[in-house]
Design a binder for this molecule. Structure first.
Ligand code: BES
Ligand code: ZN
Length: 463
């Protein structure tokens, strides 16, 4: 135990330099989806490599057809040859920053700010995922400084394409299976706390299917006075298709969509009930009041265990200032499905496309562009390290740790299992109001600090 206390004290004493290092990383605009930032992604990868090397990790940035994978290996303490072997995963890429005019400060000029709710680190990537994965690297740094070695054998794996669907990841894992299939467990730091300060181990992730559709009609934009009434309008066709994707009870109408969607077990239902989630409070934070999902489902079911269909963007015709009486020649939408249970993304893609084709009136055509397809993830908690981590997290935070679901998607957890046969334990310290993927993203200094301390406790417990 005193082993651990010295590390915790070190983390407390070194909070400011740890924050300075995070600020350095946040200044690198590693937006993976935009080719203009390719050099910055490489710079972020090199920065992480240098941090790992400073801990004595044998680390390098390995090239891929996309952005580099940061890979590192380090042995555990010489006097504990039976220590576990853990793999740590995070992502050094970030989301684009638009709409830029809604940021109070430039997104890549991070700042510490005092707010009514406490001190925050403001900047793109502060929570998703740079601040989060640095909690682990900093915990390792403190451990190494105090004990001269890390508590267990570690493999580091940080990718730079998570926010753009991880295109290089599966080939990379398949080519390097031997190198990455030996860990006992993977640790993933890319999720959140439950509520304000209940530490959480995420055991369910939703899958994600993306589809972009473009409906075309007339061969050019038309004058809506000359042609309106006689010509087919693709914007109306698209609107009708989108409106038909849900019925009046909020269920999704794509044929076969609910194949593989399980009902919640009584045990999970009780466990989730005891978490005391308040939908009105959750929605109140974002200016809403009424849950808008499937009728008869609890708020947590809607986010964690029920599938969704959402429009992420739609465009057609004239959208600039003023008014233009145009009848557009095409209309497009980006539509995503969050998936649960054993729903099959590719079967749903086919069924969705068939449904859209069936709804097309004469003279209209549709083109589909796929955007990722990953199934839901279910983490086995059988490994005894889960229980040890749960206790360790409960020691750090005011509330006992909970096993929770997550509405978001982290496809890598599924790939670790299917390609490497390595289970994942997802622990993260983000808060619901971190504004992930939005303007003014932040990470609470408290989460960063207690996140580092949490990892030190988890490492102590499992080692
Ligand atoms: N860190 C998020 C996942 C997440 C979201 C965790 C919300 C906790 C709460 C991750 O970086 C992410 O945004 N994933 C994408 C999927 C990816 C394939 C683009 C997502 O969920 O939209
Ligand atoms: Zn993330």
């Amino acid at each position: 135990m005193s082993n651990l206390n010295a590390v915790l004290s070190r983390i407390d004493a070194e909070l400011d330099p740890a924050l300075d290092r995070l600020m350095d990383l946040l200044r690198i605009p590693s937006i993976s989806t935009d080719p203009a930032f390719k050099g910055d992604c490489q710079r972020a990868a090199d920065w992480v490599v240098a941090q790992l090397q400073s801990l004595g990790v044998d680390a390098e940035a390995r090239p891929t057809p996309g952005h580099p994978m940061v890979v590192g290996h380090i042995d555990g303490p010489a006097d504990n040859p039976n220590c576990p072997h853990l793999m740590f995963y995070g992502h050094y890429d970030v989301q684009p920053v638009d709409p830029l005019d809604l940021w109070d400060k430039p997104p890549f000029e991070p700042e510490l700010q005092d707010t009514p709710k406490g001190r925050v680190i403001r900047g793109r990537g502060s929570s998703d995922d740079k601040g989060q994965f640095m909690t682990f690297i900093e915990a390792c740094r403190a451990w190494k400084a105090v004990h001269g070695a890390l508590p267990c054998k570690l493999t580091f794996f940080l990718e730079g394409e998570e926010e753009s669907g991880s295109p290089s990841l599966v080939p990379f894992l398949k080519e390097n299976t031997a190198e990455f299939s030996t860990p006992d467990l993977a640790l993933i730091c890319d999720t959140g706390l439950f509520g304000h300060d209940t530490p959480a181990i995420t055991t369910m992730l939703r899958g994600l299917l993306g589809e972009e559709i473009t409906i075309t009609g007339p061969n050019k934009d038309l004058h809506s006075g000359m042609y309106g009434g006689i010509a087919m309008n693709p914007a109306r066709v698209l609107a009708r298709i989108i409106a038909s994707l849900h019925d009046e009870t909020g269920r999704i109408t794509v044929p076969g969509f609910y194949d593989g969607v399980p009902e919640l077990s009584a045990e999970l239902r009780n466990q989730w009930q005891s978490l005391g989630f308040d939908p009105a409070e959750f929605l109140g934070e974002v200016g809403l009041s009424e849950p808008a999902g499937e009728q008869g489902r609890s708020g947590l079911e809607m986010i964690w265990s029920r599938p969704t269909c959402e429009v992420n963007g739609m465009w057609s015709g004239y959208t600039g200032d003023g008014f233009k009486t145009v009848l557009p020649s095409e209309a497009s939408a980006k539509i995503s499905f969050r998936l649960v249970g054993t729903q099959d993304p590719l079967a749903i893609r086919e069924s969705f496309r068939a449904m859209v084709r069936e709804m097309l009136p004469p003279d209209c055509e549709v083109a589909f562009k796929p955007h990722g397809a990953s199934p839901a993830g279910h983490m086995s908690t059988a490994n005894p390290m889960f229980e040890k981590a749960r206790v360790a997290l409960s020691d750090e935070w005011p509330n006992a740790a909970a096993f929770v679901g997550c509405g978001g998607s982290i496809p890598i957890a599924g790939y670790f299992q299917s390609i490497l046969e390595v289970d994942s334990m997802l622990i993260g310290f983000g808060r619901d109001d971190d504004q992930l993927h939005s303007p003014n993203e932040k990470y609470d200094v408290e989460c960063f600090h207690k996140g580092m301390r949490s990892w030190a406790r988890v490492l102590a417990a499992v080692a």
